[in-house]
Design a binder for this molecule. Structure first.
Ligand SMILES: Cc1cc2nc3c(=O)[nH]c(=O)nc-3n(C[C@H](O)[C@H](O)[C@H](O)COP(=O)(O)O)c2cc1C
Ligand code: SF4
Length: 428
């Protein structure tokens, strides 16, 4: 077992972010190949064969999503790269944006051609000042080098690309809120159906894909879908970038084959738990994923195994907590984040996250009562599956898992009146 550097294989080359550096390492060969020798349906078929699944969180098959765009629609179609990277703990797209932006641009170009789009957007997180400058320059240079613009490679195909700075809210990473924000409206989610592939930006068919997803596409076109399918597991093919944070000796971004055990990432690549402490809990896929306990540390990092273990692969943000961690306190931090980031459109999420924050805060102040945990579980139950977008589920799934696996951490506060001084709450 080892790191498998596919997307990361050139990121340490100092000129990889430049168009010349990227071209010198077989960059834009896949785009030329797709545009000059393949039909859009053949590109979609290749991506379907590869088994590539979205890296933005939900793991939806990319080729299948592309095939949902209606072929007979008279409306323009759009492709949007979701570079919002707003899930707490996730910082892997940023590496691609800053060190290998042309891989994303090439993937976007191929995806645009596959769905018949002539206008693509990079929706990039507003706080990413440094990344924005690099991506803007990369797009400008891709135009100058003839990879974007009019009559690309003499084929008659035109593709324009716009870099749009995001609204600075977690919810703007959710695809329908992102589309509303991009259209100049408030970043709030919309009911689905209709799904964006049918009715998205300006009411037109729109595909939203994550940066990492799109960066995989040139490799698939160059080497074939069958080649990609052999990496990783049968149902979760390919490699995945993981952002490893928390109580580990070597936090960082690592690329491994899907199906690699979580323990390998934490102990071998991450150098094990800091200061020789014992592992207590892991959130494997970002703040919206249920907690795993220490005895689940050998769970393979793939979509199926994580679901079987009661959690999710999510965006690949692995947050490690050692034995000294008060999980009740972590839960408070998480729910306070979701309360702050709720767009407020639907009542269960808007009101429920507020009540959960208040109840958990009261417990941590040492004023918890018997029955509080059942009440918290009841509020979670009334949010789960009852909201417009998945943020509501994301807010309560970690809490539900904590009540099952780390109930004792809450009981210590309730029964022992163990109090955390509010000064310790950075958001308080
Ligand atoms: C609250 C919320 C925040 C999200 N933030 C992001 C994000 O920052 N980046 C991202 O790619 N996907 C994010 N997603 C998932 C997107 O809605 C969408 O599924 C994804 O961009 C699709 O790309 P993929 O198919 O390539 O994974 C978020 C979802 C939710 C519910
Ligand atoms: S679940 Fe929350 S974030 Fe999503 S639409 Fe409802 S209020 Fe907004």
């Amino acid at each position: 077992m080892a790191e498998y550097k596919l997307l990361f294989r050139n990121i340490d080359e100092p000129d990889q972010h430049t168009v010349k550096g990227y071209e010198s390492r077989r960059g834009y060969i896949a785009w030329r190949k797709a545009l000059t020798s393949m039909k859009p349906d053949e590109v979609i078929a290749e991506v379907k064969t590869s088994g590539l699944r979205g890296r933005g969180g939900a793991g939806f098959p990319t080729g299948v999503k592309w095939s949902f765009v209606p072929k007979d629609s008279p409306k323009p179609r759009y492709l949007i790269c979701n570079a919002d990277e707003s899930e707490p703990g996730t910082c892997k797209d940023r590496v691609l944006l800053e060190r290998d932006p042309h891989a994303m641009i090439e993937g976007m170009a191929i995806g645009s051609f596959a769905i018949g789009s002539h206008l693509a957007f990079v929706y990039i997180r507003g706080e990413f000042d440094y990344s924005i400058a690099i991506v803007e320059k990369a797009v400008e240079d891709a135009y100058k080098a003839g990879h974007l613009g009019k009559n690309i490679y003499g084929t008659g195909y035109d593709l324009e690309m716009i870099v749009y700075t995001g609204g600075g809210a977690y919810i703007c990473g959710e695809e329908t809120a992102l589309i509303n924000s991009l259209a100049g409206e408030r970043g709030m989610s919309s009911m689905r159906p209709p799904f964006p592939a049918i009715e998205g930006l300006y009411g037109c068919p729109t595909i939203v894909n994550n940066v990492e997803t799109l960066a995989c596409v040139p490799h698939i076109i160059n080497r074939g879908g069958e080649w990609h399918k052999k990496i990783g597991t049968e149902k979760s093919p390919g490699t995945k970038l993981f952002s490893l944070t928390g109580h580990v000796n070597r936090p960082g971004n690592y690329e491994v084959e899907l199906g690699t055990p979580l323990s390998y990432l934490i102990n071998e690549l991450g150098g094990g738990i800091k200061d020789g402490n014992k592992l207590k809990a892991v959130i494997p896929g970002g703040a919206s994923c249920p907690f795993l306990s220490a005895d689940q540390v050998d769970t393979p990092l793939d979509f199926e195994a994580m679901a079987e273990a009661g959690s999710m692969l999510g965006s690949g943000a692995v947050i490690v907590m050692d034995e000294r961690t008060d999980i009740a306190w972590v839960t408070y931090k998480l729910i306070k984040f979701f309360k702050h980031e709720s767009c407020g459109k639907c009542t269960p999420c808007r009101e429920g996250t507020k009540w959960l924050t208040m109840m958990i805060e009261r417990i941590l102040r040492g004023d918890g009562k018997e029955g509080d945990l059942d009440k918290i579980a009841d509020v979670c139950d009334n949010i789960l599956g009852r909201t417009i977008c998945p943020l509501g589920d994301a807010a309560v799934m970690p809490i539900i898992s904590v009540l099952q696996k780390f109930r004792g951490d809450f009981e210590k506060h309730i029964k022992g009146k163990k109090k955390i001084e509010m000064e310790q709450f950075s958001f308080a």
